[in-house]
Design a protein around this ligand. Structure first.
Ligand code: ACO
Length: 320
């Protein structure tokens, strides 16, 4: 028995922020951003929140899967930018969509979050504990970005996407994932400072800090490795795969992976030009765009691969 994706949905904020607009508020240029990252514009939440985007994407995914909320018995939300520390985003989604029979929790694996959540749901379904799960990747990184730091704020975008997965004859074939906490300092954002009865803090609110070149080196080395690893476990080669749905951090990272593995450009869908880096949401947003366009056909083989803060990485091989 396998775990199959039976529905997808996504939600992007209305507000589009172009590079040209950023040129008017900081010392940057469309040429700098495009040539180094491939990003032309990103969405920024104004009316939307992490929770509202997760809920809207989930409703659309349920509709696309043609199932009722009561049929969901597991909800996992991958996010590093929840609206609330308590309760989890997953519990808020459960309440809003009426998934009264679900167990719900969040996970934090940054840009690998969606793959980690999908792999976790797969194992629950394989073990027979649950039958039908809702997996959400959602972020509002605009609130964790320092809008005075041009080297990071231009990279990120807000958005959310969901998939419904269910026990079936076809679906997830293999998964790999890993973490290296010792290298975590290359991409960080502190939570609230400890302040209690005995300790007063002078710390200011912290924002995302990144050593861009270290993240770049890590990604271009690790992602090809995990793609080959997940294929090898199933005895498949790169040319057997129809689609590579990769975390959308930077077009140069995607192009480097493409060259290293000799993947034709048309097998790697890209939305980083329109959405920026939406962290845990990037892979499911791309997947939903492909699904809505009718690009995904039964029997096709797909590899999803993500990498991110932690450091973390993960890949999933599945048959659509
Ligand atoms: N506009 C104009 N100039 C800028 C900007 C900007 N937005 N940001 C930085 N610069 C300047 C710097 O100040 C520096 O100037 P200096 O030479 O006078 O000091 C110059 O551009 C070069 O800066 P670098 O940081 O060396 O630029 P680099 O070529 O490494 O590109 C980038 C930076 C795009 C972040 C690159 O390192 C990268 O792609 N890293 C990958 C990291 C990534 O994609 N992270 C996404 C989040 S992580 C994740 O999703 C897992």
């Amino acid at each position: 028995m396998k775990t199959r994706i039976i529905g997808t949905g996504s939600c992007l904020p209305q507000k589009i922020v172009t590079n040209t607009y950023l040129e008017t508020i900081m010392d940057t240029s469309d040429e700098w951003i495009r040539s180094r990252t491939g990003i032309g514009e990103r969405r920024v939440a104004v009316e939307e929140t992490t929770t509202t985007m997760a809920v809207e994407a989930s409703r659309l995914a349920l509709k696309n899967a043609d199932i009722l909320p009561e049929e969901i018995d597991l909800i996992i939300v991958a996010t590093v930018s929840a609206d609330m520390l308590i309760q989890s985003t997953a519990c808020q989604v459960q309440c809003e969509i009426g998934a009264v029979n679900a167990t719900a929790f969040d996970i934090n694996a940054a840009c690998s979050g969606f793959v980690f959540a999908l792999n976790t749901a797969n194992l629950y379904i394989q073990s027979g504990i649950y039958q039908t799960a809702l997996i959400v990747g959602v972020e509002t990184l605009s609130k964790l970005s320092d809008w005075n730091d041009r080297s990071t704020c231009v990279l990120f975008g807000d958005g959310g996407a969901a998939t419904v997965v269910r026990k079936d004859e076809v679906g997830i074939l293999q998964c790999v994932q890993g973490s290296e906490g010792a290298k975590g300092e290359v991409l960080t954002c502190k939570s609230r400072p400890v302040e209690n009865l005995f300790l007063k803090s002078s710390e200011k609110i912290d924002y995302i800090k990144m050593d861009g070149q270290e993240v770049f080196k890590f990604a271009v080395k690790k992602v090809p490795q995990i793609i080959l690893e997940v294929l090898e476990k199933e005895g498949l080669r790169v040319e057997d795969i129809d689609w590579f749905v990769l975390h959308q951090a930077n077009i140069r990272i995607i192009q480097s992976i493409m060259k290293r593995l000799n993947i034709p450009e048309e097998k790697i869908p890209v939305n980083v030009d329109r959405c920026g880096n939406t962290s845990a949401a990037s892979i499911p947003i791309v997947l939903d765009e492909m699904n809505q366009k009718g690009m995904l056909k039964p029997g096709q083989k797909i590899v999803m691969a993500g990498f991110g803060a932690g450091l973390t990485w993960g890949a999933t091989l599945l048959e659509w």
